[in-house]
Ligand binder design. Structure first.
Ligand SMILES: Nc1ncnc2c1ncn2[C@@H]1O[C@H](COP(=O)(O)OP(=O)(O)O)[C@@H](O)[C@H]1O
Ligand SMILES: [Mg+2]
Length: 412
């Protein structure tokens, strides 16, 4: 089935209906159709064949949504015979945002937001270890999405903080969470991946607007996940002094969004905020307490390393003898998931380089010969991994790892 074509048609269809409703002066009807067009457009954007096309489509989606909002806001005025604002252009495959009088800053805000929106393809099976954490997250999602029993109000939570050493799978978990909200094959959940420090540094004065925009789009695409990476860059560090005004503003915007102020009375909307940090001790207690759950994502233990190595080697088709595999679990003690991945890449590419050293000469003898060449592989040896381990060293020391394990979110 051609999903992309279907999404495009559904978008065009909604836009057409929106224009008809607009012409008929039915602002609420038009707003509804523009909202539908926006949703279809967000999904259609994922099928773009270039980044610029993808961003252009996402900008369009945001534009339709904003226009719907404007229509709803001015509905009362229109009811008294006022004029409807002009609708955005309906050609949906333009690569430029048409002039809509929104000005440079607003365009760059929607551009920024559109670059932060992804659908995620990471699944729970791509994450080695962390079994209990995966179960906890699934339980949380389940509790938020399931029907509550009649007349019983169940307290659920929507704000989670992951803390732990770098490279341990925090981003992966957020991506898998987002992916698991995918409702149908076409209803992909969107993943809002926000690196807080880069929003702060690039869009200093505008950062809190960007955050509001992100949460607005996240609510429109409910259920969805907003992932705030490097969260500590927002809050006062115990040893690094004052926050700037922009940091204070963006923090208060985020806290307001996390409290779900704007979702009030909308139990049908579900936006999960996941924040991640390598420096939990830099986050002040008041902010920390806004997260209903703080989860340690530690360096992987023996079982977790076994699971990660399976994903990084066996699942990719490489062959490793069982004794070598057991040895490898020892070699990688103290390594994060990211370092294990790099170690495996180093070992496998070294082995392949060794066996296929004649490839440059083959290329010299022509395209046909090269295409007929079969890349040689062999089982990986303990020696391959020892060599790789000499080059790829873990960055987190045992003492640092212990500091995460000892740190407790409770104010002392
Ligand atoms: N538990 C894990 N299972 C499988 N791969 C992992 C795991 N943890 C880390 N990785 C690998 O390391 C990379 C970086 O992980 P990431 O989730 O970005 O770490 P973090 O966000 O904690 O710094 C991932 O893309 C993945 O390839
Ligand atoms: Mg990360």
């Amino acid at each position: 089935m051609d999903l992309s074509g279907k999404l495009k048609r559904s978008c065009e269809d909604s836009l057409h209906k929106a224009k008809m409703a607009w012409k008929a002066g039915d602002s609420d009807g038009a707003a509804g159709h523009f909202e539908a067009a926006s949703k279809a457009m967000f999904k259609y954007a994922e099928y773009a064949t270039s980044r610029s096309m993808e961003y252009a489509r996402k900008r369009k989606a945001i534009e339709y949504r904003d226009f719907a909002k404007r229509l709803r806001e001015t509905a009362a005025e229109q009811a008294r015979g006022g004029k409807l604002p002009p609708p955005p252009s309906s050609s949906i495959d333009e690569d430029r945002t048409p002039e809509s009088g929104s000005g440079e800053t607003e365009r760059s805000i929607s551009e920024t937001v559109s670059q932060l929106i992804h659908t995620s393809t990471i699944t729970w099976d791509d994450i080695g270890g962390l079994e209990q954490t995966k179960r906890d997250i699934k339980y949380t999602l389940g509790l938020n999405l399931a029907k509550p029993p009649d007349e019983v109000k169940i307290a659920t939570f929507r704000n989670i903080l992951f803390y732990g050493p770098p490279g341990t799978g925090k981003t992966l978990l957020a991506a898998a969470t987002s992916n698991s909200l995918k409702v149908t094959t076409e209803g992909q959940a969107l993943f809002f991946n926000v690196k807080v420090s880069s929003v702060l540094s690039k869009y200093f004065g505008e950062s809190s607007k960007i955050i509001s925009e992100i949460y607005g789009a996240a609510r429109d695409n409910s259920p969805s996940v907003v992932f705030l990476d490097e969260f500590e860059s927002l809050t006062t560090s115990r040893d690094s002094g004052e926050q700037s005004g922009a940091e204070r503003r963006i923090l208060s915007t985020i806290l307001a969004e996390m409290d779900g102020l704007s979702e009030k009375g909308r139990s049908d909307i579900f936006v999960l905020t996941i924040a991640a940090t390598n420096r939990p001790w830099d986050i002040d207690a008041a902010v920390m307490s806004r997260f209903e759950k703080q989860i340690l994502i530690p360096l992987p233990d023996d079982d977790a390393r076994r699971a990660i190595l399976k994903i990084q080697l066996l699942r990719k088709g490489y062959h490793v003898e069982p004794e070598v595999f057991d040895q490898l679990i020892e070699i990688t003690k103290g390594y994060s998931g990211r370092e294990i991945e790099r170690l495996c890449k180093q070992a496998t590419s070294q082995m392949i380089g060794e066996l296929n050293a004649d490839l440059p000469d083959v290329l010299d003898s022509g395209l046909k010969a090269t295409q007929a060449y079969k890349v040689k592989v062999r089982p990986l040896s303990g020696e391959d991994f020892m060599q790789a381990a000499a080059m790829i060293r873990p960055v987190t020391s045992p003492a640092e790892d212990q500091r995460y394990r000892d740190w407790s979110p409770e104010p002392d």
